[in-house]
Structures are given as C-alpha cells and as structure tokens.
Design a protein around this ligand. Structure first.
Ligand SMILES: Cc1ncc(COP(=O)(O)O)c(C=O)c1O
Length: 677
C-alpha cells in the first residue's frame, strides 16, 4: 500500500503578516486548525510540518514538539528541496501539499484530490491549474517520483521556491490532472496573508467553529456568506496567488542580475585571472549548514547536493562523497571484495595514497613502470605484471593527464580486472573527447588543499555501476542498512525503529562532513574557471621552456586534454643538478617547485617493512621485489622532475614565476655555452 503523507509548509516570516501561522484562532493556532482540518482525510497516514532552518522558525519546531506534531526542517528559500528531503525522510510514495496559512482548508476537497490520484494514472493532481475553488482551498497531490524529478531538474528560483511549478510547467513530462468545482468560486479569498484576511477567517470561525471534532466545510462557509455577504468584503481586492506572481517578478530581476554576473564571470575567465581561489558561494553554503544547528534531519543534505552536481559534471550516474582521496580508493577496493592474497597493479610514480589504499585493504601492491614521455603508467608494463592473483589496476591521471586508457581497458577486459582511475590530480581532463573519470569502471577524486577544487580535505567516487556504487556507499557508511547508491542518509523512521538491524556489513566511517560538502559545492560551481586558470598558467610555463632542449615537459598527446594539477618538466642536463636549478629559480624570485615523490616502493615503509603487519598478507616474492631496479624508467624520472605550481589565481603572481623561470633558463643556458667555449 502506498504511504501517503501530507506536508504542511510553514514558516514564521511573512512580509504582510509576520508570525501568522501561530496566530490564535479560537482555542488553537492557525497552524493547528489547518492540521485539524487535514486529519479527517483517511488516506493520509502522517501529517508533517515542514518548516525552514532559519532561527526564526525554531519556535515552529518547539511548538510542534509541544503538540506532538512531527516537524521537519530544511532550506528556507528552496522549498522544493525542503519537500523532497522531508518526503524522503518519511518514506512517502505520495505527497499532499498543504500550506499552513489556509485554516479554511476542506478535508472533502483534499480527499477528492487523493482519490483522483489513486484511481487515475497521474503524477500530479490539483484544483489549482484552472482555479475554481476559493483561494485557500488549494490542494496538490503528487508522487515522490515526480517530486524527485522536479528536485533534480528544476533550475529557476520560482520553481524552487514553490515546490510544484516545475511539474505543471512541464506537461510533456508529467501526467497532470486538474479537477474543478461545479461553480467558479475562484474570486473568493479564504487564505490568510493580510490582517484583513485574518479578520475574515476569524469571523467565519466565530460563527461556524464549535469544537475541533466538528469540521465545517466549504458549503457551510458558502451558506454563511449568503447570510452575511458583508463578510467577503473584509478582504476582497487582493490578487490570487500573489506569492507565486511575486516570485516570477523577482525571478525577472534575478535573471537580469544573473546575466550581469555571468558577463562579469566571462570577463574574469577571458582574462584568466581570478582574484582568489574561494570566491563563490562557499561561505553562503557553510552558513546554511551552520544554520541547521547540525540537526540530524538535515544531515547529508549538502553532501547530496554536491554528489548530484559532481556526477552531472563528470557525466556518471553516481557520485559518493567521502573524507579524502585515500579513503575513496580504500573503500572502492573493499567494496570490490579485493583483499588478502589479491594483487593490485599501481604505478610507483605517484603520491603514496594509491598504494596505501591497497595495503589498507590487505592486498598486495604490484608496481608497473611508467612511460618516459607522459610519465603515466605504461600499459605494456601492466601486461607484464599480471598474474593469476591480479584483481585490479589503479591508473593515476598524473599531474592532470590520464594514461592511455583504451589500451588499459582492453587489457583489463581480457583478464577480467577492475580498473580504478585515481583522478586526485585530474579534474575535467579528457581523453579522446571523453571525460576522465568515465574511462575506467570507477574513479576517485581528492579535494585536498592543493587540488583543483578543495574543501580542505575531501574526496569523491564516481561510477556508472549501480552494484559498485551501492557497495562503496555501504562500506564507507559503517555498513549501514538503509543507505544506497544515491542516498547517504538513513530515514528517521528507520533509525528510530527498535527492530532496525543497522549493520549489514562491517564498514568504515568515511562520510564527508557537511561543512566540507558546502565548501566543495561552492568550489564545484566555479570549477571551469578554476581549472582553466591552471591550464592557462601551464601554457605560460610552456611558452618559456619551448626552445630549451634540456627541459622536457610532460608529453600531452592529441588524444588528451591535461588539467595541469602541476606543470611537470624533466630536467635533462648533464651538468645542472635538480637542487642547483631550484636554488637559482628561488634566487630569481620564483616560489620554488616540488620534486616528484620518492617512488612508493622505495619509501621506508616499504623497504623497512613498516607495514603495520600487512607484510604478512603480501603475496610471496612481491615483498622481495620492493627494491631499486623494479621500475627503471620511473626511477630515472623521479630525480629529474620539476613540478611547477599552477595554482596562481591572477596573472601578476603567475608572471613572477614565469620571469623567474625565464631568468633561470637564461642563466644556465649562458653557463652551458661558457662551459663549452
Ligand atoms: C594521485 C593521488 N592519489 C591520492 C591522493 C590522496 O588524496 P587525499 O590527500 O585527499 O587523501 C593524492 C593527493 O593527495 C594524489 O595525488
């Protein structure tokens, strides 16, 4: 049987009649009278008050608590989102939308709407598409699926502020039904929006309301108005649906504002010069999280927004947010069932997290060599490392450049291996026109402070595979029952149930905190500008080193677009040492650059076996192989690489580096010529 719930939209702020929903109306408040009039509708199982997370509405929550009325809190402005999360929290199949300022609501009209929805094959039923009922007797019934679609697709602020416009403005996408009253009563105004409305409603109640159980209906009010026609005159003269009309007007103004903003942003992009890295909605979203007071009903809301936006940007079905780009890799391996005695092929020229994740899963890292030009993992070397124990390959999009993924995927398919893209250093890079992150079976990202977008720390997994996404979510959420690929949060109803069997599997608590999600979401909104800035800085370096034959930049083939986490260059001069070059660069005003990480298998934790007892899991001879000579090309490259920073947010800062590099090259070129003479 379908779970039908009524969501009563309620908030204290109102421009014309602040606090109206808690104004007294006979022995109750307006809000209670509304609820009292919805209660007789038998099909409705629960009535929930959905108020905002604005501090002004704390009083609504306290009031509901006192009266034992379920209360949900959510976004103040985005009421569509508030409804969606509320409906999800209460596991609704069908939603009846009620507004808290209509104390003359008619239970028979509501029941009629619900019955129509139940018998017809509709997504949305209402009496408002062509209004014939008095204003204030409006009712809308819609499916959770339709609400979810609106939540995911709505873009205009008028669609978000008013819950259902997206549905009725898209009749091709939703089956709509409007029902009418026999006579057109749409001119009558029975809602409470102004002091005059309140007066009118009070007069009606004073005559018709005797006790809460005796509900008076539309026909009773009409009879009363026949007897006392002067009552209708109290509040006549206001336009119907003023709230929505106001929204449309505001939207026009906002559109103009938005156009101006976009023009400005385009200018910024054109100049490739951002003032700084955090300049968008990050703070606004952080404040939104703080204003929830970390109420559990508001948990994972930002995280979900981020996940949806990230999946959309990369072009995958699922995105799962986590605490960093190391636990993402570990969670993927655990979710894929990779563990003791399994081997995972990784490159050694990368940040050690790629290998750490394998060790954390109690599996064996097997190192494949890299390509001397692109510096990324070499498919031929992968092929040579495959054994009967191999279960997966972790490819690394090093410095923003993906490896030759088509070849790697062919090898993987031949040997039934899982391919995990470690894209911690690559956001919005492409390969043969496809987005990096959609090339392997599953991919991982990092939002650590040096990355393209950051939330201080943070990570993300993306995939098109439902089983993998589900398993990753579960593993990273302590094995909880009730979470799934697109759902990070367990509903209150489930978690409060004494029979709830929580942990379907063992798991880790790797969920991304809401504050990080808020920052990452703000960053993601500016990701194009943030990435193109780095690409621009890389181009500036390139122009300087172009004619220097002893400096070889990472080779980016025609099939690739590199997103340049750093601009990596191979120093290949017989008489200039890495340290000499760096010292001169700094002396010339440069910030300094990074060396490539020591190869992972040559780190003390590997050579000295400080593996926290994981060495016992490492399959036989591999342990003996972690020593010099294993990947000769990577070993040669590691000491030669200069990783120039690309995170300069304005041209002046970048130019300083370019000038320093220019001077340094000139210095050593001259020295070489002098030495030769
Ligand atoms: C290639 C690579 N993988 C994994 C990570 C780990 O990410 P995090 O620092 O978010 O754990 C990083 C960077 O830090 C990285 O560069």
């Amino acid at each position: 049987m379908s779970n039908i719930i009524a969501i009563v939209q309620a908030r204290m702020s109102s421009s014309r009649l602040p606090g109206k929903i808690l104004l007294p109306l006979m022995d109750k408040t307006i809000l209670e009278q509304v609820i009292n009039r919805v209660r007789p509708v038998e099909q409705i199982s629960d009535i929930i008050v959905a108020t905002s997370d604005n501090g002004m509405d704390d009083i609504v929550e306290s009031f509901c608590l006192e009266k034992d009325i379920p209360c949900f809190r959510g976004s103040e402005e985005n009421v569509l989102e508030r409804f969606y999360f509320c409906a999800r929290e209460y596991e609704a199949d069908i939603i009846v939308r009620i507004t808290a300022d209509d104390p003359l609501k008619d239970s028979e009209v509501i029941a009629k709407a619900v019955s129509l929805f139940e018998v017809g094959d509709y997504d949305y039923v209402s009496n408002t598409l062509e209004p014939t009922y008095p204003e204030g007797l409006d009712v809308e019934v819609f499916s959770f699926k339709a609400l979810e679609a609106a939540y995911k697709k709505a873009e205009l602020s008028s669609e978000k502020e008013h819950v259902t416009p997206y549905l009725y403005k898209n009749p091709a996408g939703f089956r709509l039904c409007n029902f009418k009253n026999e006579t057109d009563l749409s001119k009558l105004r029975w809602t409470v929006d102004t002091p005059e409305d309140y007066l009118f409603v009070k007069q009606v109640y004073q005559t018709l309301y005797h006790k809460p159980e005796e509900i008076f209906l539309l026909r009773d009010i009409l009879d009363l108005l026949k007897q006392k026609p002067e009552l209708s005159a109290i509040n006549s003269g206001h336009k119907r649906n003023e709230g929505y009309l106001n929204s449309l007007r505001k939207e026009e103004e906002k559109k103009e504002e938005e156009e101006q903003k976009q023009e400005k942003a385009a200018k910024v992009l054109q100049e490739h010069s951002l003032r700084q890295r955090i300049y968008g909605n990050e703070l606004k979203y952080v404040n939104q999280v703080l204003s929830t007071q970390f109420r559990s009903s508001q948990g994972a809301v930002m995280m979900q927004r981020l996940e949806e936006a990230f999946a959309k940007k990369i072009g995958t079905k699922f995105a799962i947010a986590m605490m960093n780009g190391t636990c993402t890799l570990h969670a993927i391996l655990e979710a894929a069932g990779i563990g003791v005695s399994d081997e995972v092929i990784v490159p050694p020229l990368t940040m050690s997290s790629t290998t750490f994740a394998v060790l954390q899963a109690n599996a064996t890292p097997v190192f494949a060599d890299v390509d001397p030009n692109s510096f990324t993992i070499n498919p031929i070397s992968i092929l040579n490392r495959i054994t009967s124990r191999t279960k997966a390959i972790i490819t690394v999009s090093l410095y923003g450049l993906s490896p030759d993924m088509d070849v790697i995927m062919r090898i993987a398919s031949e040997y039934h291996l899982l391919v995990i893209e470690d894209n911690a250093e690559c956001l919005l890079g492409t390969y043969k026109g496809r987005m990096v992150g959609t090339l392997g079976h599953i991919a991982s990202y990092s939002f650590q402070s040096s990355k393209h977008i950051t939330s201080g720390e943070g990570g993300m997994v993306v995939t098109d595979s439902l089983p993998l996404a589900q398993a990753v979510r579960r593993v990273s959420s302590l094995g909880y029952a009730g979470v799934d690929a697109t759902k990070a949060k367990i509903t209150k109803k489930t978690i409060q149930d004494p029979d709830y069997a929580r942990h379907l599997t063992m798991g880790w608590n790797y969920r991304m905190p809401e504050l990080c999600a808020a920052v990452a979401l703000g960053q993601l909104e500016n990701v194009d500008a943030l990435v193109s800035r780095r690409v621009k800085v890389a181009q500036m370096y390139e122009e300087v080193i172009e004619d220097t034959d002893w400096l070889l930049p990472q080779f980016v083939g025609d099939d690739h677009k590199c997103s340049y986490w750093t601009y990596a260059v191979r120093l290949m001069h017989p008489f200039i040492t890495w340290k000499e070059f760096r010292d001169r660069y700094v002396a010339n005003g440069g910030d300094g650059f990074y060396a490539a990480w020591r190869l992972t298998y040559l780190e003390p934790m590997m050579t000295q076996r400080s593996l926290l007892k994981r060495d016992k899991f490492i399959s036989g001879k591999n342990l003996r192989r972690y020593k010099k000579g294993l990947c000769p090309i990577a070993e040669e490259l590691q000491g030669q690489l200069l990783q120039f920073k690309t995170n300069y947010w304005n041209d002046e800062d970048a130019k300083k580096q370019i000038q320093a590099l220019n001077k340094t090259i000139e210095f050593f070129s001259k020295r070489s010529t002098d030495q030769l003479q």
